[in-house]
Design a protein. Sequence first.
Length: 192
Amino acid sequence: MAMYKVSLLGLYNFNNTLFEQITMPSVVLSPGDTPQVVYIPDKDTLISLILEKSADFPALYPDWDFMHFMVGVWSKNCAYMMQTLWDTLNAKFNPIENYDRRSSITRETSAQSGGTVVGAQTAFNSDAFKDTGKSTSSDNATGTETVTDYTHGNIGVRSGQELQGQSREMALFKWYDIVSDDFINKFCVQIY
């Protein structure tokens, strides 16, 4: 007698809100004068890949209500992973540079000087000094100096060709495959 096995696709066909609790990475758009092209991970694409890859596997939890609950738990558990993978995938960088430093130094100086000068003389027939003049001066100086430095390029640890090769490897990274595989590893009994 053959045993009936329920797949994720079967649970989804029973009620297509099975994946409603999956939360996707958030993307912050910085407003600016120039329009930006932003690629936000698409939930429908992720769900489609999960269903396509898992169609032949029995679901670990064949009960729809419990699976629906566990999908939400998985999504919360994997939120940081999904966000970090998405952010690093979309980070802007120059593929042939491995050094990028910006620094800014501000120095403030303040100086103060001053004093009193008294001139005194004696008469030709006296030993006592008599004041002949007095001057007082004071001087204040303040200043600010800002030094901004931007250094970038290749520091020579890796050649430009090696950096380009690593960039090509990164281009083969598929966010949707990583996340959908994690989901399937968690919720499917992977036997044929």
